[in-house]
Design a protein around this ligand. Structure first.
Ligand code: NAD
Ligand code: DAU
Length: 350
């Protein structure tokens, strides 16, 4: 397989490139604009691999993307490039509209043009895989799960922009026949995640003995998915998913934010006994809630499990412990980010 991955210098995209090149032996061209969220050091393990190439490009630059497609002749495009942080979308929605909606439109148009010019046999096997989020479905009450037929009800500028992109992808299939597959997944965690997101922020703050800012009452629930489980699912959806269909990806790992925070503190104490941390209630600080904060996400992954044979390999307990261990051992990766890009300040208070 010869694929273009967009957003491959980000958290999930870099895990996908490492997996496809390093474990599956595929040829990958990574296209990334290199925003603040990108880090090419996350790709060091495959940088010299013969099957891997990188090109800096904005997905909203339609002409450049068209040239890249014609030149590289991929069998598939896996589209992950996005502005991805909900809090930043509250502070500045413009970039989210530009990349997630306009950028996806330009990428779709370039892909359609490329696909139409392929020979018939390659047209049949070509795929445009759009990687999206469970946040498009809105917020759940205490019961129930998101399925592929749950109505869209996005609540943040981020999720509204991702919902728009999902609709564009659907329309490009329905109207123009572009062979697309879509996956919507829950909260990812694991190594190389930018420290503005909940789990890495809590780990780094706990390690430094800084306050752990928990939004609202800490009872919000997320359904955690290890990034390695996610990228394995993405490969299955790309290769075996039915054209025009959506697959939900989730690890069946629901947890309240406050419980994750206690687990992280325990893992830091356990894995790094020389640190003397204050008691949990002195470390944890309940802060003003995120505006429009979705209460609960939970994914029903039955379709992916039954039709494509996917199973999550990580329990939240082992995955979280491994992740804490990774951050403890990789200050060389995150310290420059804290020094130069993001110092852990509160975002998205509107
Ligand atoms: P990320 O923010 O870590 O990385 C995004 C990458 O996209 C960065 O490398 C950035 O430079 C690149 N990018 C941004 N704008 C671009 C543009 N205009 N052109 C080219 N590249 C651009 O994001 P992530 O957490 O790795 O998420 C990847 C995808 O998965 C996103 O589409 C996101 O919506 C989706 N998703 C993420 C999660 C999660 O928990 N992180 C869950 C569900 C879905
Ligand atoms: O559900 C999938 C989505 O998960 C992805 O589409 C997004 O790209 C990804 O960022 C993530 O969105 P969330 O808003 O759920 O993730 P975040 O890490 O920002 O927050 C997780 C939970 O933790 C949420 O309930 C808010 C809370 N939180 C977050 C931060 C950063 C805190 O309590 N304190 C914090 O400092």
């Amino acid at each position: 397989m010869r694929v273009i991955v967009t957003g491959g210098a980000g958290f999930i995209g870099s895990a996908l490139c490492r997996y496809l090149v390093g474990e599956c032996g595929w040829q990958v061209l990574n296209i990334d604009k290199l925003t603040y969220a990108a880090d090419q050091r996350s790709l060091a393990s495959i940088e010299g691999a013969p099957g891997y190439r990188f090109m800096q490009a904005d997905i909203a630059d339609g002409d450049k993307i068209s040239h890249i497609l014609d030149d590289y002749q991929p069998d598939a495009v896996m589209h992950l490039a996005a502005e991805s942080h909900v809090d930043r979308s509250i502070d500045g929605p413009g970039d989210f509209i530009q990349t997630n909606i306009v950028g996806t439109y330009r990428l779709l148009d370039a892909a359609l043009h490329y696909w139409r010019n392929l020979p018939e046999d390659r047209q049949k096997t070509f795929r445009f895989h759009h990687v999206s989020t469970d946040e498009v479905y809105g917020s759940l009450g205490a019961e129930g799960l998101f399925t592929e037929s749950t109505a869209y009800q996005p609540n943040s500028p981020y999720s509204a922009s991702k919902a728009s992109s999902d609709h564009l992808v659907r329309a490009w299939h329905h109207t123009y026949g572009l062979p697309v597959v879509v996956s919507n997944c829950s909260n990812n965690y694991g190594p190389y995640q930018f420290p503005e997101k909940f789990i890495p922020l809590m780990i780094l703050n706990a390690m430094a003995g800084r306050k752990l800012p928990v939004y609202g009452d800490g009872q919000n629930i997320r359904d955690w998915l290890h990034v390695n489980d996610h990228v394995a699912a993405l490969r299955l959806v790309l290769q075996h998913g039915t054209v025009g269909e959506t697959y939900n990806v989730g690890g069946r790992n629901e947890a309240r934010n406050i419980d994750i925070v206690h687990q992280i503190i325990n893992h830091v104490r356990d894995l790094s006994p020389h640190r003397t941390l204050p008691p949990d209630d002195e470390l944890i600080e309940f802060v003003a809630d995120r505006p429009g904060h979705d209460r609960r996400y939970a994914i029903d992954a039955t379709k992916l499990e039954n039709r494509l044979g996917w199973q999550a390999q990580y329990s939240l307990e082992t995955g979280l412990r491994d992740t804490v261990a990774w951050y403890l051992n990789h200050s060389g990766w995150w310290q420059p980010i804290l020094d130069r890009k993001y110092q852990g300040q509160r975002l998205g208070v509107a």
